[in-house]
Design a protein around this ligand. Structure first.
Ligand code: GCB
Ligand code: CA
Length: 859
């Protein structure tokens, strides 16, 4: 380490010394700096400004309310410059302002932009002075800019960097869709030869003709200079021209792969031909790689079959929303690599340059797309804006070797009228026409990448002509939103049989999970950690083992904010492999075990369920995710034996002693010994005669542990003598948000038509607490629930009498009184149990009696 450091310092010194003594005076060159600090902000209509730094979003309200602010936000900043050089050009580059921006400099319009996910550059040369005021009005409510409906929050704000750039009068084109104006490709890339093609657009903003040279220096992956190409050219006053350069053949190039992301580098310099002054310069990374999608063999990289193993990624992280720093982007890519991803679907919109740079450097193949989601509206201007956003994405990210696919539509028929509706033909034609227009433009812009679209589980994409891209992406949720797990492979096999020439990728698949919810009898949509595990353990082997599937992108990398989503964690789509704070769920290790065969992976998959409840001597399941051949589990120094995993997991049945125990899993792979350790706590089922609190999650197969009180509400069951349970009733569930509680899932499952619930317990005085919420007016759900919503729709509120231990405690009671539908009601009663049974009875008066939770404590 020390030696390396010294060498580096010496080298740096030599370079500095040579610059100081031997290079001629370097005049005006490009200067680029962020101007993120010192902004003021206010929402439309607010009088008060407050100080903010960029990146910034004005939608932190999306964390707490469905109807987050959609409208205008004003930003302003004073910018002082030491001097204005009349021989320079000045630009503002705004990396993202959602969804639209109007920019003024010193009171004069500098320009506008439509699109919340791509960068734009404005020439402010004529407007800028030493003392400036910059004003940017951002608007996230525009209906002519995509997206309009989608399962994510349309965060408003200037949520990426803002740059001030100055260049000499001769510079790379700054007016090309936010790009650098320098485009690199590799027309020859194979293991024997590599050729780089450079297309640079150069502008002369001077008032006279100039003679220039373009110099391209090509460095190999180790930083060694391989070639220098110099080309003279000249530009008339005001002219922008494209200068092309093709490298000599690079023999035996190091190929770029996710495993070995060898990056060559091209530095493109504009030099004044007369005096040799350097005018403008940009550097780009290049990777030599080639790929193909095949309908039978799947994806290949550099001529070899290569399964795409990936995740979808939204950019938000609490508490900053989408106003994330570059480090967040890089950390995410590192974490994806850590679990063995070689692929990312950058969903559903272009993301930060830092993310794409990290994909190039750390090695992830990427699909990037523009956010045309759920339905194409008929707003004037919408289609033009979509096309502009597509071109911006392609030109801004064209040089990244990580990119293999461009996408432009996601589940575009999801909320479109069904074919039986009179509006259907219009919507269908509008959608197909836009797809055709974008497909054509995409191919004109970049024939070297494939085009792709993500479909939802509907055959209409096939029948109306939307399967027009190179690759079909299927977003499949069988066994989650609808159907059963095996319907997943049935769907794919059916598609493959009917469209044998079409390459397929599973662009989304996922199931939600909530750390508070656990079940040994997990079911779709119960949001248990265990069902998510079951779901991924079914899907992933199929994707891995079937060559015709190019690969997949799990939905999603992390739990992310959707202001309008409800479910067990309102405003969170909780299908992530990682929590929103980027800590892993246990299920992330299943992927890691499957995908990382270069290292031993061994993980006790109980971190998300580290506190258990059961009968003494009752066996508990402890699941291990691993890629070892054999694993031993040790409980408090005693071996529970060895097991051989299949499908990268094995489950031990162990008897946990009361209290906290240690679990150690151990084994070895290729001579490397590995172990994983965790602490697990076991408590006995509550015993009312010992003063314990008995809490029951009525109507549910799951236990629920409050993350505030840590109290566990046990799964419900039917009554047996000496125990407790429902005597009758039907279990129901909802995905609607329950208000005025932090323990929503208790209320989201309930028994209805219940007339009796019994708990056998020693005689005495008890505190009995009933939890209820009237769901008979469920709230409107996200389109993505695809019909999976509330199971009931009675219109009148439920009214009933309640009797406990023979005493009437409520008469003509309705949890929805005062229009409190969907509100948590929690009532405690002090009752005397004289006969060894706490008997709770309901007498229906209107609608159906309901009960969501029950808690009993002996006084
Ligand atoms: C989808 C959408 C995605 C949603 C996801 C879900 O199909 O493309 O935006 O978030 O499903 O979780 O429902
Ligand atoms: Ca319940």
């Amino acid at each position: 380490m020390h030696v390396a450091f010294t060498t580096l310092t010496r080298k740096a010194f030599l370079i500095l010394a040579s610059l100081a003594f031997f290079t001629p005076y370097v005049p005006a060159q490009r200067m680029m700096k962020t101007i993120n600090d010192g902004w003021d902000f206010r929402k439309d209509g607010e009088a008060q400004w407050r100080s903010v730094n960029l990146p910034h979003t004005f939608n932190l309200d999306a964390y707490s309310q469905r109807n987050y602010y959609q409208g205008k936000g004003e930003y302003r900043k004073k910018l002082s410059l030491a001097e204005i050089d009349p021989a320079k050009r000045y630009y503002l580059k705004i990396d993202a302002a959602s969804k639209a921006a109007n920019v003024k400099v010193n009171g004069q319009v500098a320009g506008n932009h439509a699109g919340g996910y791509s960068a734009f550059i404005l020439d402010v040369t004529g407007l800028i002075r030493k003392e400036n005021e910059i004003e940017i009005i951002v608007d996230n409510a525009r209906r002519d800019i995509t997206p309009l409906w989608a399962d994510f929050t349309f965060w408003g704000g200037i949520y990426r960097d803002v740059w001030l750039i100055s260049t000499p009068e001769q510079h790379f084109n700054m007016a090309n869709y936010g790009s650098t104006g320098v485009f690199l490709s590799t027309p020859v890339a194979n293991d024997r030869e590599g050729v780089v093609q450079i297309k640079a657009e150069v502008t002369n903003d001077a008032s006279s003709k100039v003679r220039l040279k373009m110099r391209n220096c090509i460095y190999d992956a180790q930083g060694k200079l391989l070639q220098t190409k110099i080309q003279p050219f000249s530009l008339k006053a005001g002219e922008t021209a494209t200068v092309e350069c093709r490298s000599d053949v690079i023999a035996n190039p190091q190929l770029w792969t996710p495993e070995m992301p060898a990056l060559y580098c091209v530095t493109t310099t504009i030099v004044n031909a007369k005096n040799g002054d350097i005018l403008d310069e940009v550097s780009n990374k290049v990777g030599f790689r080639w790929f193909s999608f095949d309908s039978g063999k799947g994806f290949s990289l550099n001529g070899k079959p290569y399964k795409l193993r990936g995740v979808n990624r939204h950019q938000d992280q609490a508490p900053v929303g989408v106003a994330i720093d570059d480090e967040v982007n890089r950390r995410d890519i590192r974490q994806m690599k850590e679990i063995g991803c070689n692929f990312i679907r950058i969903s559903h919109y272009p993301q930060d340059d830092a993310l794409l740079d990290a994909c190039d450097e750390l090695g992830l193949l990427a699909w990037e797309e523009i956010p045309i989601v759920n339905m194409v509206p008929d707003t004037p201007g919408y289609e033009d804006n979509c096309e502009t956003n597509l071109v911006e994405m392609i030109r801004q990210h064209y040089n990244h070797p990580c990119i293999i696919a461009w996408g432009y539509m996601n589940e575009i028929l999801l909320i479109a009228p069904t074919p039986d509706k009179p509006e259907w033909p219009t919507v269908r034609d509008r959608t197909v026409q836009l797809a055709q227009r974008l497909e054509k433009r995409l191919k004109e812009e970049d024939p070297s990448r494939v085009s792709v679209m993500a479909f939802h589980g509907s055959d209409l994409y096939n029948t109306i002509g939307l399967a027009l891209g190179d690759v079909a992406g299927w977003n499949l949720y069988q066994g989650w939103y609808f159907g059963e797990l095996p319907h997943f492979e049935q769907w794919l096999e059916d598609q493959h049989t009917r469209y044998p020439h079409r390459p397929i990728i599973v662009s989304e698949w996922g199931a939600g999970s909530d750390k508070r919810i656990h079940s040994i009898k997990s079911r779709p949509f119960d949001f248990s950690i265990e069902y998510q595990q079951q779901y991924v353990e079914h899907y992933l082997p199929y994707i891995e083992n079937n060559d015709y599937i190019a690969g997949c992108a799990y939905w999603g990398y992390v739990d992310f904010n959707v202001a309008a989503r409800q479910e067990s964690m309102p405003r969170v789509n909780n299908k992530g492999l990682f929590y929103n704070d980027r800590t892993p769920k246990d299920v992330a290790y299943y992927f890691k075990a499957m995908w990382r065969n270069d290292i031993p992976v061994l993980h006790i998959a109980s971190r998300d369920w580290a506190s258990r409840i059961g009968k003494a001597e009752e066996e508990q399941s402890v699941k291990i995710y691993t890629n070892l051949d054999e694993v031993e589990l040790i409980l408090n120094d005693t071996s529970c034996g060895k097991q051989r995993p299949s499908n990268y997991n094995t489950t031990f049945r162990v008897k946990l002693p009361k209290g906290t125990s240690s679990l150690i899993a151990r084994g070895s792979k290729n001579g490397t010994f590995v172990e994983d350790v965790m602490m697990i706590t076991f408590n006995l089922l509550p015993d009312l005669s010992h003063g314990d609190e008995l809490a029951i999650n009525i109507g549910s197969n799951c236990q629920f542990t409050s993350n505030v009180s840590q109290l566990t509400w046990l799964p419900d069951r039917s009554y047996t003598v000496g125990g407790w349970g429902f005597v009758n009733g039907n279990s129901r569930s909802t995905t609607s948000e329950i208000y005025n509680t932090i323990d929503g899932p208790i209320y989201q499952t309930w028994m209805e038509d219940i007339t009796e619930y019994k708990v056998d317990a020693p005689a005495g005085t008890y505190e009995v607490e009933l939890l209820m919420a009237d769901i008979s007016r469920p709230s409107r759900q996200q389109a993505n629930l695809l019909g999976k919503g509330d199971e009931r729709a009675s219109s009148a509120s439920n009214r009933f009498d309640i009797t406990i231990c023979g005493k009437v405690v409520e008469q003509n009671y309705s949890p929805a009184d005062n229009n409190r539908y969907l509100n948590a009601c929690r009532r405690r009663y002090i009752v005397y149990n004289a006969d060894g049974c706490i008997d709770i009875r309901f007498t229906p008066l209107q609608g159906k009696p309901i009960l969501s939770g029950l808690k009993i404590r002996k006084l």
